[in-house]
Design a binder for this molecule. Structure first.
Ligand code: AMP
Ligand code: ZN
Length: 496
């Protein structure tokens, strides 16, 4: 598998520090309000990437923090007249609800900045001892960017350019800063703000220190992958490297993955611009599956424009997939086979085994042999696309191809083996993208009850020789997309 590394600006072969183990850290949201769908992009992208790594057989330690102390949290809590801690806790709960709504797996660990202050004080002390940080008169601790020779290596910026860019920017409260690019590691408390004791002053850490303390602690060492949105490359991730590497004397992360922005009208969706939709809003109109299909319909490094029209089109695509899968289930049901809706291939070896097993399947009808071959080809292309810097956009196209082939092939006389294999493969490919059709409303169950009752009403009508009524019901069912067939075993139906 190849992934694009922001550090080298190249696609590189993926090799882990420990064999078949992945240490992955994704910067999480600052929790002062409901998250918007811009924040959801890294969540969905990297959750899917984690699922794919797991499918490839990796044991993934996935760590993602909540920033629960920060200026924005304090300001909002002051506006509302509540404790910043309570505000953050409340929005962590809300964020977790949204994540569940989007079918995002809980991280292996979700550390909180406020619970890691001791580790941050420890790191800052070490940076001061080694001469990479200095203390101002008011107890503010600054990182000295001139001391770290590789500063700028992730964002591919050089220090001189950065300094001239920063020259005119003076931030109040940072009077003792030596160089414009230096950044705050610890800042003194202001009246009414939460604070922690430290050797320098009562105060709190700057934002850039939390991740490089939590990441190595919970990932147990340097990282294989550090990920987040592209706005984090500079300064956040650059500053994390500058703190970690002088202390540990080793690279912080092997691969840096950054998703591009989710835009609206070609502008970054953000809280401050006010051009956002919350995940909660969007999930009240569309399912989490539709949001995922939309979010993954563009490769993660390409800009993605949000609109409700595009969401409608993803919804139509999901319906097409679901109708196909439902058809497989109904056809099996008509053969008295109940499908375990959660059945999917756990890993890539299971897929290879399935292909070998079914290559010589004698139950396959002629048309199924050819169709199964094509399905396997498209499945392999799907994996190739994901192996190429996680190109979910092209991978989705392969799912649509498989749906087309199944739709062309499926009929009453299909073999149970072909139907089962088609279900298994589709459910697996959807599962890697975090799409779970069992969560796609319960209209299938409702439909089923309604359909069954209409069919028995039709049978009653036929018994009573009321053929006009029986025909009327058949037509009604057809309008609903249900075709019925009278067989010796009774009435059978399928979606058309
Ligand atoms: P924040 O809460 O602003 O720290 O953001 C949390 C995560 O969401 C970070 O990885 C950001 O890069 C990412 N993010 C925020 N806005 C967008 C957006 N419009 N498009 C893509 N990612 C975003
Ligand atoms: Zn971070």
């Amino acid at each position: 598998m190849k992934i694009h590394n922001t550090l080298t600006k190249r696609k590189e072969d993926f090799e882990t520090i420990e064999p078949m183990k992945v240490r992955m850290y994704v910067c999480g949201p600052t929790v002062y309000d409901f998250i918007h769908i811009g924040n959801a992009r890294p969540m969905i992208v990297f959750d899917s990437f984690r699922r794919y790594l797991t499918f490839l057989g990796y044991d993934v330690n996935y760590v993602s923090n909540f920033t629960d102390i920060d200026d924005k949290i304090i300001n909002r809590a002051n506006e509302l007249g509540i404790d910043p801690k309570d505000l953050a806790s409340q929005y962590i709960v809300e964020c977790k609800k949204d994540m569940e709504g989007m079918n995002i797996m809980p991280a292996t660990t979700h550390p909180l900045a406020t619970e890691e202050i001791d580790g941050m004080i420890d790191l800052i002390s070490k940076l001061i001892d080694k001469g990479f940080a200095y203390v101002g008169k008011d107890g503010t601790v600054y990182y000295d960017t001139t001391k770290f020779k590789e500063y700028g290596k992730l964002s591919h910026k050089n220090l001189d350019d950065l300094q001239s860019g920063f020259r005119d920017i003076k931030v109040t409260g940072e009077e003792d800063k030596k160089t414009s690019t230096d950044f705050v590691l610890w800042k003194p408390k202001k009246e009414g703000e939460p604070y922690w004791k430290s050797p320098w002053c009562d105060g709190r850490p700057g934002w850039h220190t939390e991740c490089c303390v939590m990441a190595p602690k919970y990932c147990k060492g340097a990282l294989d992958i550090h990920a987040g949105g592209e706005d984090l490359v500079f300064p956040h991730h650059e500053n994390e490297i500058a703190q970690y590497e002088p202390i540990y004397g080793a690279p912080y992360a092997r691969y840096w993955m950054h998703n591009a922005f989710l835009n609206i009208n070609n502008q970054k969706m953000s809280k401050s611009l006010g051009n956002f939709f919350t995940v909660r809003d969007v999930l009240s109109r569309f399912s989490g599956n539709v949001l995922r299909l939309f979010m993954l319909s563009t490769q993660y490094r390409a800009m993605l424009n949000f609109s409700f029209e595009l969401m409608e089109s993803s919804k139509a695509s999901l319906t097409r997939i679901k109708n196909c899968v439902d058809n497989i289930i109904f056809t099996l049901k008509n053969k008295n086979v109940t499908v375990n809706l959660n059945s999917r291939l756990d890993n890539i070896d299971d897929f290879d085994e399935l292909v070998v097993d079914l290559k010589t399947c004698e139950e396959f009808r002629d048309k199924e042999v050819e169709a199964f071959d094509k399905i396997c080809e498209h499945t392999k292309i799907y994996f190739d696309k994901l192996d190429d810097d996680f190109n979910t956009a092209d991978a989705e196209t392969e799912i649509y191809e498989i749906v087309r082939i199944v739709n062309q092939t499926i009929s009453e006389d299909c073999s149970i083996e072909f139907l089962n294999a088609s279900y298994m493969i589709l459910n697996t490919l959807l599962g890697i993208l975090g799409i779970d059709l069992t969560k796609e409303g319960s209209d299938t169950d409702l439909d089923e009850k309604l359909i069954e009752s209409m069919i028995s009403e039709r049978s009653e009508a036929k018994k009573a020789k009321d053929y006009a009524r029986a025909d009327e019901i058949r037509k009604k069912l057809l309008d609903m997309g249900i075709e019925i067939e009278d067989t010796r075993q009774g009435v059978k139906w399928k979606k058309v």
